[in-house]
Design a protein around this ligand. Sequence first.
Ligand SMILES: *Cc1c(COP(=O)(O)O)cnc(C)c1O
Length: 425
Amino acid sequence: MAMKHEFSLAYAQELDASDSLNRFRSRFLFPQHEGRAAVYFTGNSLGLQPVSTRDYVLQELNDWQTFGVEGHFEAKNPWFSYHEMFAKPLAKLCGAKEKEVVAMGSLTNNLHLLMVSFYRPDAKRNKIICEKKAFPSDTYALQSQIRFHSFDYREALIEIAPREGEYTIHEDDILAAIELHKDSLALVMIGGVNYFTGQVFDMQKITRAAHDAGAFCGWDLAHGIGNIELKLHEWQVDFAAWCSYKYLNSSPGSVAGMFVHEKHLNNPAIPRFEGWWGTDPQTRFLMEDTFRPMDSAWAWQLSNAPVLTMAAHKAALDIFEEAGFENLRTKMRVMNSYLDFVLDEIIRMKGAGKMEIITPRKAEERGCQVSLVFPGRGKELFTALTQKGVIADWREPNVVRIAPVPLYNSIEDIYRFGEILMEIL
Ligand SMILES: *Cc1c(COP(=O)(O)O)cnc(C)c1O
């Protein structure tokens, strides 16, 4: 986006004044630093608490108090069908059909459940392609799934690394690996947005290549959902999973979610680990021995809904609905444009050797997050940022991640960050 920017507080405030989503900032609770809101740039790690969350959770506590067990059917939002309220907003965020998504479980749990269905290796096809330095939980999940099937992950897990001296991964290297291993490949499972660099992958292209090789393709969207535009149905993605406490602001460890493509629903050839909440609700309380799967991703649900965390999830998704994801995407492009300008200013003033931006610049290869490396500086730089009221995060060995999010961050936040960083450098 070719915009001519200025590095000044007045200019930043002017941009904020013309932002139609500005009003949403006051709907969130900010950690305070020296009497004012901190510059909160860790929405990619734990989103802020919406002001409304307390009331949504209180509603369920009150209904529990009033109705006891009858709340399953008598509560304002009956707990028996509580998860059904998420079909619409999650389908929108994922670019999916309502029956392809479900709010349930936790991210790593869901990845395991999905691999039970979509990673069924045999002597010929047992390899999984993933990115090198995936989020550790994903790596452990992948390794343990391979071990569970009595294969050796040192042979079966193919990790695609950035090239020598680089931080991001060449998509061509992923495609080449898929081609190379096509006769033994069972699954491709990658983070759609890399947690370390913020790099966004072309999920459609990689999914197609995996399918051409005869493998399934699934995506970890922990850093994707609520951040970038997703079209999981159209892209023919087999499955995906995410957590809701990052860009979705749904409270620490809150209920997660998953996507299963329509083509795999109600397909007896795709096995599952099953529980009573995956059965047809009409017959669920008949307590029969026969599992009658729901004709949707809900068939993967094991347990009854964790209503308190789902209430927080509902509060957060209602705000997304109100703001409109398209509007948020538009604002993100303005924020990224200003952030790039500010970072370039810093590099211009302080010298190119002082800071390196490792996140791709191209709009289609990035979301809200920008990862920064400061050659010759260590964690002390990050500590100085914290002391001056910037809440960012540090990833070993040398990366500072920042993620200004359109829902509650402002252009002024970016200006203040730039000013503080300029001073520290
Ligand atoms: C945040 C994150 C997780 C966390 O997993 P939980 O099961 O929610 O603890 C896993 N994978 C990725 C890629 C993440 O970004």
